[in-house]
Structures are given as C-alpha cells and as structure tokens.
Design a protein. Structure first.
Lengths: 452, 990
C-alpha cells in the first residue's frame, strides 16, 4: 500500500504581508470555552488596569499669556483655533494642531478681558471680546497682522458700553450678540447701541450664555445669586432662579435644548431643565472649591468643569460624580474650561497664564485603528462597564491620585457632610414626626424660582 | 350714623337679594332692567372672583352715558360710587358692599373703581385686601386718565373717611343740585350770566361742602386748593368733573369770544367738539370706553414674564421628542445629521448619460458617427413611419392591436384553464387528447398504411424494449455505481436516457394507476382488441418481443462475462483481491438472475399460451361478468404492469377471494366438470399470477425497494417458513394500509355489483361476503389489520403449496381458513410472550428499589451533618491538671461552642422537609470575586443585576455578529468632525 506523506505549501500558512491576517476558524462549542464568567472577569480587570496604566490625559501646555486666562472661546465651526483672553487685556488665538499662538492682540483691552466669543462662520475667523474697559471689540484673525511684532492689530469694530462688561455671547445664526454688565444688553452687529436691555434686578451679571439649539433663549447669572432666563422674541426675562450661593458660569446642553448646567460657588455643578427649575435635574459633586466654569461636550452626554481647587473634572451628565479628574502640579485656579467640538479634547485656562490641552478620555489614543484593535478596545470598554461594580475592578477604575490639598479637602468635606447629616437625623429623631422632612439634594441649594 | 344705616341696608339687601322690588325701592335706582341684569351677573358667592374684563364690559354702557353731555342725570348714584376696599375689620360686609357699589358705579359711571377692581383681579388674591399700594395705584391712574377727575389722592391716609363718603345720604339731595348745574352748564345756550351764576354756585357748593367732611379736614385741610383738591371735593359730593364740563366751559368761552368777533376760535371749538363727539361714537362702538389706565410697570412686567415664560416653555418643549429619542437610543453616532456616503443605485447610473471618462466619450463618438445613438435611432424610426402612407400605418396599427388583443385573450384563457383542478375535467381533456391521437392514427391508417404500420410497430417496439431492458430505473446497485463512476459521455447519455424513460413510464403508470383510469383504459383496450385487432397479431408481436428480450439477456450475460476481465487490469482498486471476489460474486449473481429470468420467460411462454386460452374463455363465457376479472386476465397478458403503482392494491385485491371468485364463477358458468375446471383455472390463474408476481419480483430484486411482492416472491421461490414472512409483513406498515384499502375496495366492489344487479353477480357477491365474514369472524378478538396482514402470507403459502404439489390443490375454503387461524394464533402467542418478557425485564431492572432510598437518606444525613455547626472538644487529657494517683477527672472541660451562623442547623435547612432532595448549602468562596458585593445603583434587585451579567460578551461565546453588536459603544463620534448642536426639521432657526 502506498503511503502519501503530508505536504503543505508555505502559501497555505505563511502570510505575504503583516496586514494579511488569516481568518481563524472558530468553534463556539461551549464545552471548549468553559468558565466564561471567570475569564471575562479577568479580562475586565486587566482592561481596567490597562486603562489606568495608559491614562495620560495631559497633552500640552500652551504658554504665552503674561497674566491668567480668564476668558476662552472655542470656535463651533473650526476645530483648530481657540481664543483666549488674559487678565492683562491680551487676546490670543491658538492653533491646537500646531500647539502655538496663531494670532495675538496685546492690549486688546485695557484691563481684563472678561469675555470672548466667536462670530458664526468659521471661515471669517472673527470673534468678539469684551473687557472691563467697557468696550466690546470685533476682531478678525485674517485681517489683523498675524504675530507682527510691535504692531497691534486693530479691531474690526468697537462698541461702547455703559458699564464694564462681564461676558459676551453670540447668537447662533443672527448677527446679534449679548453682553452682560449690570444688565444684559443685546446688540445688533450693525448698530452702535444695544437694541435691547434685559434687566431684572441683578446688580452685576457675571455671565450670559445663548442657547445654541433653541437660539432665542439666553441665560445669565448674577452676583445676586440669581440665574435669569431671557427670550429674544419677547425681549423680556422669563424666569429667575435664586440659589443659596451665586453661580459662576452657565452652559447650555447642545443636544437637549432645555437643559443647562451651572457652575456654582458651593462646589457643585447643577443641571436644570429650564421648564422646571424648582429642582435641579442633577447635582454633580466632587469639586472641593468653587466651580468656575463648566462646558458641555458637543454630544451633550458629558460635562467638563474647572474649579478654584486647581482641578478639571469630567462628568457623565447623567451621574453624580466625576468620571475623571485632571490636575498638574503647576496648574493654578482654573477659570475657564472648554470641551472641543469633536468630543476628543478638553481645554483649560488657569491663573498660571497657561492654556492646557487634555484628552477627553485619558487612556484613549488618537490615530487610525485597525478593525481588530477597535473591536478589542470596544470589548474592553464593555467589559469594564459590565464589571465596574465588582469590587476589584471598581477599585482599580476609581483609583485617582489627587493633590494632597484636594484629598484633604474632600475628606474634610465628606466629614462635614456626614456630621451635618447625622445632626439632622438626630434632630429629626427628637422632633415631631414629619416636622423635619428630608430635603432632596437636588432642591437643597435652590432658594426659589419665580417669574414675578 | 346715616352711613351706618346705609351700609346696613345694603347688607340687608344682599342678604335678601332675591327680593328685587324691595331692592329697587331702597336703592332708588332708575334703570330696573339694568339692575336685574347686574344682579343676575354677580352672585353673592362670586363677588370676590369678578374678573376685570367682566367688570369692564358691564360698566361700559353706563360709563359712556356719563360721557354724554345730556346724560348727567344718570349720575345720581355717583356720590356712592367711590369705594375703596380698605376696611379689613368686617370682611363679609365689606364684600357685600363692594358688590353693591360696583353696581352703583356702573350706574354712576365712575370708571375709576372699575379699574381698581380690575387691578385687584389682575393681581393675585393675597393683594386683594386693599392697602396703600392699590389705593395709590388708583390715584395715579385717575390722574393719568385725566378724563374723570374724581380724584382721591388724599384718600391714602385714611380709609375710614370713604365710608363716610359712601353712605352720605344727605349728599343725594345735593347731588341733584349739582347735577342740575352740570346739566345746565353743558347745555350752554349763550345765557352767560346764568351760567356764570351757576358756576359760582357750583364752586361755592364745593367749598361749602368740603369742610363738612372729616376727610377734607384731615387730608386736604392744610393744602392749598388746586385741581386735585377741587376734584376730590367734587368727588366727595358725588359730582364727577368730566370732559364735558371742561368742554362746556370752553364752549362758553368760545361763545363769549364769538361775541367779540373771533370766528376762528369758534370754528376751532366746533371742530374740537365734533372731534370729541366722534371720539365718543367710536368709543361707544368699539366698546372700549374710557381708556383704561395702564397697569403699573412692575405688574405689567410680571405678567409679561409669566406669559413669555409659558410661551417659551411651550416652544422649547418641541425638542422634547428628539431629546427623548436620543436619550432612549441604544447607540448615538455623531455628527448626527451627517449625510454619510450616498448609495449610488443602478438606475441613477443608467439614467446618467453624460460621459465621464475618455473611453466613454470615444464610444459615444463612434456611436454618433455610425448613427446608433438613441436619439438617432428614434429619428430613423420616425422617418420610416413617415414614409408609410396613412392607410398603411393605420392597418399596421390595427393588426398589431388585434394581435395583441388575441394574445392577451389566449393568455388569459390559458391561465384560467391551468387553474382548473377538477379531475373530471382533466380526464376529459386527456381522453380528448387520446382520441385525437387515435384519430390521427386512424387517418394515417387510411391515408398511409405503411407509415401507420411503421408507427405502430415503432410504438410497440419502444414499449417492449423499454420494459425488457428496464431502461426506466436506475435504483439498482449497479446502476448507481455506474452513475457514480461514469465519466464518459456515452454512459452519461445512456443514464440520461434511462432516466427520461423512467420518467415517462412513471407518468404513464400513475396516470393509469387510478382505478377508473385503469378500467377505462383497459375497457378501451379490450374494445379495441375486439374491434378488429386479431389476437394472433398480439401473440406474434409478443413472441417477437420475447425473442428479442431473450437475445438481449444472453447478450447481457456475454458482456457481463467479458466485463470483469477487461476491467481488472486497468484499475488499481479492481485489482485488489476482495474487489475481485466481490466482482466474482456479483457476476455469479447476475448470471444466476439472468438464468432465472430466462427460465421465467420460458414459463411465461407456456402461461401466456394458457392465458390466451383463458382470455378467450373468459371473453366468451363471462362477457357480462365484472370488468375486474377481465382486467386481471388482461394484466396477466401484460406482465409487470400490475405490480407497479396500484399493483399492490390489485395484488391484494386479487388475493384469495378474487381468485376464488373466478373459480366459483367458472363453476357456475361451466356447470360440467366444474370442479376440475375450476381447480385448473385456479391453478392456472394462480400460477399465472405467481409467475407474474414472481417475474415482477424478479425484476424488482434489483430495482425497487419496499414492495412486499419481494416477500411473496421469496416465499414462492424459497418456500420460506410462515413465521418469517409473518414478521416481515408485520414489520411493514405500508402493508397494513394497503390491506385495509383492499378491504375497502372489496366492499366497494360488492356495492358496484349490486348496482349492476345481474343475478350472477349478486350470487357471487353473496358468496364472497359470506366467506369474508367467516374469515373476519374468527379474528374478531384481534385487530383487522392483523388478519389482513396475514392474508398475503397465506396466499403465498397456498400458492407455493399449489405450485409444489397438485395433490393438495383442494382450494378448500375451510383449509384456508384453518391456515388463517393457525397463523394468527401463532402471531398472538408470540406477541404475548414478548409482553411478558418485557414486564419481567422491568421487574428485574427495579428489583431492589428500596435500597436506593435508604442510601439516599444516609447521604442526606451525612450532608446535613457536614454542614451543621460543630462543637469542638479542646480538652487535652492530663493538661492543666495534676498527675499521679488519686487523680480526679477535670470537671470543666474546654469545649468550643460553634460560632453563631457558622453552620446550618438541620432544622433550618431548606431541604429539611423535602424527602427526596438535597440542597447544597455550601458557598463557593472562590466565585465571590466575580460578583458585586451589593446591588449597584440603577438596579433594585440582585436578580436584575445578575440578568445583565449573565450572557458573556466575548466572541468565544457569541457569534461574530452578536459579539460586534454587543460591544458597540453607546456614543460614537467620528474623529476630527465637528459635532453641531441638535437640529430638527420642525424647529427652523428663527
């Protein structure tokens, strides 16, 4: 009997190129794949560990300003450029891709630059800045001399206000912008005087923000602890919300027209439904000092906040605690934060005159990925999400090293809260039944809401 | 005091407000109808909720009256018209009064209070109790309106004073005077002196009245008299200084100046007057009346904000649906309104006729040059059409239309007929077809006899060849093997032919298969045979066919002989020893079969001869007898046919009874040597049948599968034992069916016979039934199926016996019956034995069942013991006590008690009361780490949480598709793309 020897040609098993990946035959017989829970758990744990290992959120620190950055604007039509204004009146435009200053106007304002916003249409490269010098100026990146040494670019237009401005924001589509000073003024770009004065009792209005979805609605917050909503169609305020401490910043959710988030002095970020403001829809509590700025991710699913405690925190808008905290040794009080329009980066401007660029997801890496790589990452994400409640995985995922000050402050805060709660409970025990109802956390900080 | 009484009367009125007359009397009101209306309008219960609009509407008419110059007389109640809600002391009275006063106001035409009412209604309820603010508001309004000069600026300080005003009855009398004066002043006639006097009187009356009031003394006492104080004074007396008064004065002035000759100013005054009148008219028409004072800005703003907020809430809620959809979405891909990649459809590609590449252009050029573009083609066709005359075109079109119509009709008809399911229709159709074929043949016979013969011969030849070469089957092993191995074209072609032939045959058989068909067909055949076709013809053709078949057989045998040695050296596989052996065996088998077939053919020859005789006998003697018999005989003449399709039925039908029927029939008809003849015929018939069946079976050994004919053939050839065949048939469920079908058939036959009602038939039917009854009566206890199942076997037996020894050809029914019974009883016995053994087996299997129970109990006890909390004896003998003689045993032993909760008490086990269950209470601690320590937030029960964890995500446990679906992230954003805010089509950017 003739016996044939087995022979294989190399073409059958060797691949021509590295990318030529062979299809592996798979057998889904459960007998061959036992202990799925244990294996997936282990994978989840590994994924969690890897995530922490690769978590390197800090990308760049863009220096150039001489004073702290107190105003910042992202361009909704241009991913590359970000505009900042500093305490010494300088305005700079940064190119994020090149990580350098693309344009600057030293002495754009006398005094602080309090607010910056972009004019719709990315190609024009125009933006508005307001300062404490009672001036609102329109600048053009293309028209001004770019980085011309010694020469200061001239503004395209200037508007004279009656009071020192606090903030500026542009209408999404129409040539209108709103400024805040002691009142909210609405300006037509073509007129030197404001076309509408919206006022309702506040002494100084810190911030004004226009809704980018329901475009005629805007909100402001003042030093009298109030948040006021306005409508441009009726040219009148709508409702006022008074909180226990004043609000520093407001951000409208770009995907949910009636939702906005506020950065409060009481260390919390609150989100509200503008139709029912008697309670917050969510309270985000992790900061240990006043929250100075807040911004929504363009997906509307996440938030970024910068705080006086020298940290930037990232939040899932639907959860109560931050999913990540960013800090560096040299970063001082954070006065402005922005989430970039591609949902990938976060920017923070702080007292230390630096603009910092962070990853929105600390362990994510940019660049093209192969399908397998992406599938693996997605699988790991899902596993982490699934096993995040299991003790070991949770421990790894939640572990963050924060500066000692923050750590201590949060500990103190925690103790304070606990003791306050304990005290309340004790009082409740001794008081008449029902006389001391538990106040829901979401409405604790709200003094009242009114249209009167 | 008077004020007090007035107020009391007012309350009294309202307490009995249904008494209208009384009310009217006391109130001294002129316009009863208006009052009635008012009363109906405002109930005492509703008085707090009067809303501003209503108040305005009701009072409009009255107020205009006050406008009218001549209607000053209506101002009787105006003294009472001013009323302020300031008295918090008695609420009920206050409210009732307010109502009253409202009516008064209406009549008096004091719009001021209306406004205050309106303000009250406008502001929220808690502001209703009038305070300084609301009063101030009224004052301001009044000042602003400037029409009604009923001022009350100074009223702020003291509310009580107003009650004084309110109820001053003495004012009434003076009212009339003032009224008069006002009237006369307005109806300026030109009598200046009189007017001046009246005005003087008016002013003095004001100054005279003023100090009387506490209010004036308090509030206005220290002030210089100005227009405000004048107004208040007048107001206090119930005189409303209106626009008319002012105009009236002006008019007087003009009159005076007219005297002086200044016509211009007079003209102006006239114009002014006209304007005022026009204003009045328009005001009356529009119903707005007195221009209402604007609400204070603060309140106005408040209302604006409320309204605006409501509006904005409404408009922003239009996003709710989109937001909800996004929130509920399983996956979100950003940017959301991304147009994405456009799918290019074939149609779009075809529709796009613009050339893009150089090659396309080239092709287009070539087409254009050769005049083949679509456009050119169309033009050409048009030209062609133009060349034809009109008439031609028309006829062409008509023809075309006609053709199309006809085609359409025929198509429809074909569709319709194809749908008809009726068997009868099909049969008729088929008959028609056959008839047409026959007619064609007949025609051919007349026209071209040679051709006809050729055709007929060809048909017969084809048929015979087909039958003999068995080229219609390929289920045999050899055929299969050939099909597998054959690669050359010839073999394939041969196989194909074979298949097609088989198909054709099959079709033929199944068409004929149904009983009616058969009978028709056969009847037709017989008639045709009777018509003119001589039997000798048939015989001759048959003989020739048989000869050919024999030739073929021998040829086959020769080739088979040649085959093996020819193939052997070529193929390696065939070169092997076992293969050769197998081939040898096969070859031998084939040769044996061939020999057998040859023998059968020889036998067939004899039978056919016999049969031929029988046929003739049958035809001559039993022409009137059932066609079935004829059929049988006919079938005997055409070997093989009966065994296909309905063959089984026929075989069963043609079992004992049928055969015996024949015999008895023959007995009847040929009364002579009946017995011998009958037996002979029976034998002949039987033999014929057996031969047929055997021959059929002989073919089938190779070709067909499960027909029981094989068994019969076997039994006939090998004389197998009754038991064996019994088992065989019993195992075959198909047989059961056929048997029952046969019995049905039989009954049907008998019925048919009764219809035909010939004596002979009836008799035979009776006989048959009798026999059948006898047979089935014995087998009552067992099933019918059993009985029928045995019958073919018995037949076979008797046949074998018949064929073997002529001595035993008794064809006695009793004997057959006996056989029946024997076989049956045997079968039953066997069955019984089987069941018994089965039972025994079960008993054996569960012989010592109780042992298991005991074992289980012990096991459970051990398990419980293992899990139970344990005490531990920690005493070490001798430890801690003295040794030596006289040693006392230590009293307190050290026994460690079990820690509470360390084990499970036997009684608290979940399986404590379950007899046959052991529940494992031990925890697998290593698995703990895979589970969350407590139920995480969104979940409320651990089951919910566990449910989300149950299905693994990995691709080891899922299909690729479901795996990729499972791991798809919720939010996906394309890298480097700007994500714009949400936009929905319904919300256009304002």
């Amino acid at each position: 009997m003739k016996v044939k020897a087995l022979s294989r040609s190399a073409a059958d098993y060797a691949r021509e190129t590295k990318s030529n990946i062979q299809r592996l035959p798979r057998n889904v017989d459960p007998v061959l794949h036992p202990l799925e829970r244990a294996r997936e758990y282990k994978r989840a744990l590994n994924a969690a560990k890897l995530e922490r290992m690769f978590a390197k959120p800090f990308l760049a620190s863009l220096g150039g300003h001489i004073d702290g950055i107190y105003a910042m604007a992202k361009n909704a039509w241009d991913l590359d450029h970000i505009t900042t204004g500093s305490g010494d009146g300088e305005v700079r435009v940064w190119s994020l891709s090149r990580q350098e200053t693309a344009w600057r106007a030293p002495g754009a304002h006398r005094g602080m630059v309090k607010g910056i916003c972009n004019v719709p249409g990315g190609s024009t490269g125009r933006f508005l800045s307001v300062g404490t010098d009672k001036l609102a100026k329109v600048w053009s990146r293309s028209e001004g001399a770019v980085m011309a040494d010694g020469t200061t670019p001239e503004p395209v237009a200037t508007y004279n206000g009656k009071h020192a401005f606090g903030a500026v924001d542009h209408h999404r589509s129409r040539p209108l912008f709103a400024t805040s000073s002691s009142l909210v003024e609405v300006w037509d770009v073509d007129r030197s005087e404001p076309i509408a004065n919206l006022t309702w009792g506040a002494d100084t209005v810190n911030t004004v923000r226009m809704n980018q979805t329901e475009v005629n609605v805007l909100a402001s917050c003042g030093t009298d602890r109030s948040i006021i909503l306005y409508d441009l169609r009726t040219n009148s305020p709508l409702a006022k919300l008074v909180m226990t401490l004043s609000t520093n910043a407001i951000a409208w959710n770009p995907m949910e027209a009636f939702v906005f988030a506020t950065a409060n002095e009481d260390h919390n970020v609150y989100t509200f439904d503008m139709r029912r403001m008697d309670h917050a829809t969510n309270v985000l509590r992790d900061h240990v000092s006043a929250v100075m700025d807040v911004d929504y991710a363009p997906t509307g699913q996440e938030l970024v906040s910068g705080s006086y405690d020298r940290s930037v925190r990232l939040w899932d808008a639907a959860r109560g605690h931050s999913r990540d905290v960013y800090h560096t040794k040299r970063m001082q009080r954070v006065f402005c934060v922005k989430y970039t329009q591609d949902n990938a980066y976060v920017l923070s401007g702080s007292d230390d005159s630096n603009l910092r660029l962070w990853r929105a997801r600390a362990s994510e890496r940019m660049g093209p990925k192969s399908n397998r790589e992406r599938a693996t990452i997605e699988y790991a994400e899902k596993l982490k999400d699934r096993y995040k409640h299991v003790d070991d995985v949770r421990k790894v995922l939640r572990q963050r090293n924060v500066p000692k000050a923050i750590k201590r402050a949060s500990q103190t805060k925690h103790d304070m809260h606990a003791s306050r709660r304990r005290k309340e409970e004790n009082e409740r025990k001794t008081a008449r039944a029902g006389s001391k109802p538990r106040a829901p956390e979401r409405s604790k900080a709200i003094l009242g809401v009114t249209s009167k | 005091q008077a004020a007090q009484t007035q107020r009391e009367s007012a309350t009294a009125e309202y307490s009995s407000d249904d008494d209208d007359d009384d009310l009217i009397k006391r109130r001294n009101l002129e316009d009863v109808s208006v009052r009635d209306y008012k009363l109906g309008e405002i109930d005492s219960e509703d008085d707090e909720e009067i809303d501003s609009d209503e108040a305005f509407n009701d009072s409009d008419e009255e107020r205009f009256r006050s406008y009218r110059l001549g209607s000053g007389g209506k101002a009787t109640g105006s003294a009472r018209s001013v009323r302020f809600e300031g008295d918090d002391s008695d609420d009920d009275e206050e409210h009732s009064e307010s109502d009253l006063e409202e009516m008064d106001e209406d009549e008096g035409g004091a719009g001021l209070v209306d406004l205050s009412e309106m303000l009250d209604a406008g502001s929220s309820d808690d502001e209703d109790p009038a305070d300084g603010k609301s009063n101030k508001g009224k004052g301001a309004d009044a000042a602003e309106s400037g029409l009604n000069v009923a001022t009350d600026d100074s009223n702020d300080s003291d509310d009580d004073a107003f009650h004084g005003f309110d109820s001053d009855t003495s004012a009434d009398s003076e009212d009339s005077a003032a009224e008069d004066s006002a009237d006369s002043a307005i109806d300026a006639s030109g009598d200046d002196a009189e007017k001046l006097k009246k005005l003087d009187g008016f002013v003095t009356s004001i100054s005279a009245r003023a100090p009387k009031h506490r209010f004036v003394s308090e509030a206005g006492g220290g002030t210089v008299e100005n227009e405000n104080t004048v107004g208040s004074g007048m107001h206090a007396r119930g005189v409303t200084l209106g626009l008319d008064d002012l105009l009236g004065v002006l008019g007087d002035d003009s009159a005076q100046t007219e005297d002086g000759g200044e016509e211009k100013s007079a003209r102006e005054m006239r114009v002014l007057r006209e304007q005022v009148r026009a204003m009045e008219k328009t005001a009356k028409r529009s119903g707005s009346g007195v221009v209402s004072a604007p609400i204070p800005k603060r309140l106005q703003d408040q209302m604006d904000r409320k309204a605006a907020y409501a509006q904005t809430k409404k408009s922003i809620s239009e996003w709710q649906a989109a937001v909800d959809a996004n929130r509920a979405a399983e996956h979100l891909t950003f940017p959301m309104n991304d147009p994405g990649v456009r799918q290019v459809t074939t149609r779009a590609m075809v529709g796009d006729k613009t050339t893009k590449t150089a090659m396309e252009e080239q092709i287009q050029d070539i087409l254009a040059q050769s005049g083949m573009t679509d456009e050119q083609q169309r033009q050409y066709e048009e030209l062609e059409l133009k060349q034809l005359s009109l008439e031609e075109v028309r006829t062409r079109q008509r023809d075309l239309r006609m053709m199309r119509e006809l085609m359409f009709r025929s198509e429809r008809k074909a569709k319709r007929t194809a749908k008809i399911k009726s068997k009868a229709y099909r049969r008729i159709l088929k008959k028609d077809k056959d008839r047409a074929k026959e007619q064609a043949l007949d025609r051919m016979k007349e026209d071209d006899p040679e051709m006809y013969e050729m055709v007929v011969e060809k048909l017969a030849k084809d048929r015979a060849e087909e039958r003999i070469t068995l080229r219609h089957k390929n289920t045999g092993k050899w055929a299969k093997a050939m099909a597998k191995r054959s690669h050359d074209v010839d073999t394939q072609q041969a196989l194909r032919d074979q298949l097609s032939q088989h198909d054709a045959l099959k079709r033929k058989i199944y068409d004929i298969g149904s009983d009616e068909e058969v009978s028709d067909y056969e009847a037709g055949k017989t008639t045709r045979a009777e018509d003119g076709q001589s039997d000798s013809d048939n015989d001759a053709s048959f003989a020739s066919i048989k000869g050919r078949a024999l030739d073929k057989l021998s040829a086959e045998a020769a080739t088979a002989d040649d085959e093996i040695p020819a193939d052997a050296p070529h193929k390696a596989l065939f070169g092997m020893k076992f293969m050769q052996n197998a081939m040898q065996r096969k070859h031998e088998q084939a040769s044996r079969d061939a020999q057998m077939m040859r023998d059968e053919f020889e036998a067939l020859e004899a039978d056919v001869d016999d049969d031929g005789r029988v046929v003739s006998v049958n035809r001559s003697s039993a022409q009137a007898a059932a066609a079935a018999n004829n059929t049988k005989v006919e079938n005997a003449g055409a070997p093989g046919r009966m065994s296909f399709g309905g063959g089984l039925k026929k075989r069963v039908q043609g079992d004992l009874s049928a055969v015996d029927d024949d015999a008895t029939l023959q007995n009847h008809t040929e009364s002579g040597s009946a017995n011998d003849q009958a037996t002979k015929r029976v034998r002949l018939n039987d033999a014929g049948q057996v031969a047929q069946v055997a021959s059929g079976g002989g073919h089938r050994v190779h070709l067909s599968g499960p027909l029981s004919v094989d068994a019969v053939a076997k039994s006939s050839s090998r004389e197998a034992s009754g038991m064996d065949t019994d088992i065989d048939t019993a195992r075959n469920p198909w047989l059961d069916e056929s048997a029952t079908a046969a019995s049905n058939q039989r009954s049907a036959n008998s019925k048919q016979l009764s219809k035909e009602s010939t004596k002979l038939d009836k008799l035979s039917a009776k006989l048959r039934e009798k026999r059948h009854d006898a047979a089935s009566g014995k087998a009552e206890s067992s099933q019918n199926v059993l009985l029928d199942m045995n019958q073919p076997l018995l037949l076979a037996k008797s046949k074998t016996r018949d064929s073997n020894s002529d001595d035993e050809q008794t064809s006695d029914e009793e004997a057959i019956k006996l056989e029946h019974i024997d076989a049956k009883s045997n079968a039953e016995k066997k069955l019984k034995a089987k069941t018994f053994s089965q039972r025994e087996l079960v008993e054996q299997a569960f012989a010592e069942d109780d042992v298991v129970e005991a074992e289980f109990a012990a096991e459970k006890e051990a398990e419980m013991e293992l899990d139970a909390p344990k005490t531990e004896d920690l005493t070490i003998p001798g430890w801690g006590s003295w040794g030596g003689a006289g040693l006392q045993p230590k009293k307190n032993k050290v026994i460690r008690k079990p820690v509470p909760g360390s084990g499970i008490e036997k009684s608290s086990r979940r399986d404590a009361k379950m007899g046959s269950v052991i529940i494992n209470h031990r925890q697998l601690k290593t698995a703990n780490k895979y589970y969350a320590s407590n139920v995480p937030f969104p979940f409320t029960t651990s089951e919910q949480y566990e449910a989300t964890m149950r299905m693994p995500l990995g691709k080891e446990w899922n299909t690729t598709k479901s795996h990729s679906k499972m791991i798809k992230p919720r939010v996906m954003a394309k890298a480097g793309r700007i994500i714009d805010p949400l936009s929905i089509p319904s919300k256009k950017r304002q």
